[in-house]
Design a protein around this ligand. Structure first.
Ligand code: MLT
Ligand code: ZN
Length: 454
């Protein structure tokens, strides 16, 4: 509990990181709330180590004292997985910000957990990071690996796990594991980097990663195509995946979200007259413009090739996470279903929410080629309040998704928000295996104890 740590332990922490990097009281408050304001806790101390050996020493002290720890990166998460909701100590990895030189032969780079994704993307003029997310300027390598971040180019490069060529991490007893040589082929035992990706800070504290970079796009072209609904969007996206060789992104959003952004954020609508639904496609390289024009056919479309035009079109999609926030505090549900069921999900989910709460507002958008839909729900007036609410909206959406054979977290993680619904999509045997893995990594249960049920 806040204020409960013995002064002697605080002194030991300070002896490791220096007194300036043990924050308490008001100085710690900003680390105890997520960026949406939807998850707010409290912490007796924020520890800001400056290197892996300091992380190891701090975790060893916490293990000896039986103190629970929440690792925190850029604090851009959406499921409350990086904030101390139960009075845990916060371990901020922000100062692990060393970015190594790019290895030109392998096209790889080693980055500390606190390096932002944008810094990795900027590391080499000819190369880029395959993972591209709206929060890339604040989101950090450690957090993005720990949550297996997805984003806007997963259809081409996969999520963060697919970029991983190595990892360095500290176990809860303070021992350091490191496998950073970056080998593409390396069958020498368990692939624990892959296991730590998506483990949400429950197995180890990630201190660095070896990342594969991808060729930087040349001559990108962005197009927004107007469509009559999710069915047409999905059919076009499926064709694009097959027919547009340089395809990077296939993103879905609706006029309902654009209307909110136009009214409250002054966003310029991409097409006039508006259409009910939109597909944003981005492609690059030779023939990209022709491929996209052929796909759009005679549908209404807006095309951008220059940086400013493309940014204007991308804003229509990238600003969607803000849209529901203009009418209340949204529940941000992030789900995916098998490709063949995505149209049903996108067409019916608002009705499913309305059955549970007729006054709720629902804004949907997402990554159509990945079967991923973001369902942002602002509860009706009778149930309004900070997320999470009384659970009825999650019950409705997650049960529907489970009935379609889908996942209750496509890319944001389980965190604190979704832990109680995990049994909908993971069997008893699977959860028992999770518990055994967790006990092997963290026997005392001190790492992010309330994220993913034990
Ligand atoms: C997105 O696709 O925009 C992100 O997952 C963020 C969000 O849904 O809020
Ligand atoms: Zn997303």
């Amino acid at each position: 509990m806040p204020g409960d740590l013995p002064a002697s332990l605080l002194r030991q922490f300070a002896a490791v990181v220096g007194p300036a990097h043990v924050l308490t009281g008001d100085a710690a408050a900003g680390y105890a709330v997520d960026w949406t304001g939807g998850f707010a806790g409290s912490t007796p101390a924020v520890l800001r180590p400056g290197g892996t050996e300091q992380v190891a020493a701090l975790l060893a002290l916490c293990a000896d004292a039986g103190v629970a720890v929440v690792p925190q990166g850029g604090n851009t998460g959406l499921v409350g997985g990086g904030v101390p909701l139960h009075g845990e100590v916060v371990l901020s990895l922000a100062r692990l910000d060393r970015l190594g030189p790019v290895d030109p032969d392998a096209g790889q780079v080693s980055a500390g957990a606190g390096v932002s994704l944008q810094q990795v993307a900027d590391a080499d003029p000819g190369l880029d990071l395959g993972v591209f997310i709206a929060s890339r300027h604040s989101a950090t390598v450690g957090g993005a690996v720990a949550t297996n971040a997805g984003g806007l180019r997963v259809l081409r490069y996969g999520p963060m796990r697919a970029q991983l060529r190595g990892i360095e991490a500290v176990l809860s007893d303070g021992s350091v594991v490191s496998h950073m040589s970056g080998l593409v082929k390396d069958n020498t035992g368990y692939d624990y980097p892959s296991l730590l990706a998506g483990s949400e800070g429950t197995l180890a504290v990630i201190t660095g990663a070896r990342l594969q970079l991808v060729p930087r796009m040349t001559d990108p072209v962005t197009v927004i195509i107007g469509a009559d609904g999710p069915g047409e969007v999905h059919a076009l996206a499926r064709r694009a995946v097959r027919e547009v060789g340089g395809l990077q992104s296939a993103e879905f959003f609706t006029q309902a979200g654009l209307d909110l952004l136009a009214e409250h954020a002054g966003l310029t609508l991409p097409l006039r007259p508006p259409t009910p639904a939109y597909l944003l496609l981005e492609s690059a390289g030779p023939g990209a413009a022709e491929d996209l024009a052929e796909l759009a056919g005679d549908r209404p479309a807006a095309v951008g090739t220059g940086a400013a035009e493309r940014a204007r079109l991308w804003a229509c999609r990238e600003r969607h996470p803000e849209a529901a926030g203009f009418v209340g505090v949204p529940l941000k549900l992030d789900v995916s279903v098998p490709a063949a069921r995505w149209v049903r999900l996108a067409s019916e989910v608002a009705g499913v929410v309305a059955d549970a709460d007729p006054g709720a507002r629902v804004i949907i958008y997402g990554h159509v080629a990945d079967g991923n839909l973001h369902v942002n729900v602002v509860p009706g007036a009778a149930t309004a309040g900070p997320a999470p609410g009384d659970g009825r909206h999650e019950d409705a959406v997650f049960s529907f998704v489970a009935s379609l054979g889908g996942s209750i977290s496509a890319e944001h993680g389980i965190g604190a928000l979704k832990a109680r619904w995990l049994p909908l999509v993971r069997s008893d045997a699977e959860r028992a295996l999770f518990a055994r893995l967790r006990a092997a990594f963290d026997p005392a249960g001190l790492l992010n104890p309330y994220v993913l049920p034990r």
